[in-house]
Design a protein around this ligand. Structure first.
Ligand SMILES: [Zn+2]
Length: 411
């Protein structure tokens, strides 16, 4: 059974907006941890993306009389800042947050980022935001859709693109004066639609460094989010992903670099980079095979698109547990010490990497899926001396890397 509760503490709402979940978010607390878990994820919560903000987009554009039957292949966006194509977070980037709850206890949570965060390379650059497409623009609130008492940080400029019939939403933008809540205004690609919102009231040292717009592509008809990144011809990525290491976690959730007997998870520590952002990101897909020295194939998964898990993150029936896809416990150490009014996140750490539990991914007839951690193990008997992992990883721009790793018993 899932235990859930809504986060409605104002501080939490604001801080999570920084890591760019639009709140009130639903926090899914740790549950039934007494059984076998091969990942060190005990005590972690996960965050389900709230649909409050997107519900406002669905309602406004769904009732606007505009044709919302999408053709995503027709979406082509220009970069909304006058700077290089610099990102803070991508679509599907696993993200960790740590904060103190009202009782003084520490909450550790993880989620997929469901948009791309576009920022400037330096705070000296212009914060003017330009329309990435021509179309019909409005201002959308996170919260009461009609309220005009809104914060720059929690409003978005949302533009209906008549070519693709998708809505491009730019959150954390102080809208230009011509744009109004509840009204549609025609804008042309490249028109000024606002400025990156300041969160000066929070007065953290790194506010300017992290000022950004959270850009989502919304399919109003199917209530679905689409990865925006390959819809920007300007965004270039020719950098291959890096596989840092492949390791084991055992039945007690302990990490090991050598082979053990029993039920094991195999975890690959990976990151990807692009040409301009100067920070590490997630990968988009992977394929692998694990075999033993006796010639048995222990597990094999064809190329699995991980962004599918994020694309449906607003569809409740599609929610799955991020704590089964990733070894988050081992990633807690990479959470930045920099605090954003009480929350710490690994999004502030440009060197972070992502630990994918290969053994919890399964091929199915309708593509790949993630199974609960306890169900996703391989079992290694005592007479196996080594296993081999053949892993290929891909980013969203067609770059890939391949590695064969032999995991042997310690001598
Ligand atoms: Zn964001």
């Amino acid at each position: 059974m899932k235990e859930t509760r809504n986060l409605n503490l104002p501080v939490v709402v604001v801080t999570l907006a920084f890591v760019s979940i639009v709140c009130g978010c639903k926090l899914v607390l740790p549950e039934n941890e007494s059984g076998l878990r091969t990942l060190p994820n005990k005590g972690l919560s996960r965050l389900e993306v709230s649909s409050d903000f997107y519900d406002n987009i669905y309602a406004f554009f769904g009732n606007s009389g505009l044709n919302v039957k999408p053709d995503a292949s027709k979406l082509s966006m220009s970069w909304p800042l006058s700077t290089e194509t610099v990102l803070l977070t991508r679509f599907g980037t696993p993200t960790i947050g740590l904060f103190s709850n009202e009782n003084g206890g520490e909450v550790k949570l993880a989620y997929f980022h469901e948009a791309i965060d576009i920022r400037r390379a330096t705070e000296a650059e212009s914060d003017v935001v330009y329309a990435p497409v021509s179309g019909s623009a409005t201002v959308i609130n996170d919260g009461d859709p009609s309220s005009t008492d809104v914060s720059d940080y929690t409003v978005a400029v949302a533009i209906y693109d008549p070519e693709s019939r998708l809505v491009v939403s730019l959150l954390h933008v102080r809208p230009a004066d011509l744009l109004k809540i509840g009204q549609l205004t025609n804008v042309k690609r490249g028109d000024i639609i606002g400025n990156l919102a300041s969160v000066d009231s929070m007065k953290p040292e790194f506010e300017k460094e992290f000022r950004h717009t959270h850009l989502s592509v919304v399919d109003v008809l199917n209530k679905k989010l689409i990865d925006p990144l390959n819809k920007f011809p300007q965004y270039k990525d020719t950098v291959h992903p890096t596989i840092k290491s492949i390791y084991i976690t055992d039945e007690d959730g302990r990490r090991s670099d050598s082979l053990k007997t029993g039920a094991l998870d195999i975890v690959a520590d990976i990151f990807d980079r692009d040409l301009t952002s100067q920070r590490n990101f997630e990968i988009t897909s992977l394929a692998f095979k694990i075999s033993d020295d006796l010639g048995n194939t222990l597990k094999e998964v064809q190329k699995c698109d991980l962004t599918a898990f994020t694309e449906y993150s607003l569809v409740p029936s599609q929610h799955f547990d991020i704590r089964s896809l990733l070894d988050i416990g081992s990633a807690l150490a990479q959470v930045s010490d920099k605090e954003w009014i009480g929350i710490k996140t690994d999004a502030a750490n440009s060197e972070r990497s992502f630990r994918y539990a290969l053994t919890n991914i399964k091929s199915g007839t309708s593509g790949c899926h993630v199974v609960p951690d306890a169900d996703g193990t391989i079992t290694v008997p005592e007479n196996v001396e080594f296993i081999e992992v053949f892993l290929t990883v891909y980013d969203g721009s067609g770059n890939s890397s391949k590695v064969t790793k032999r995991l042997e018993r310690s001598k």
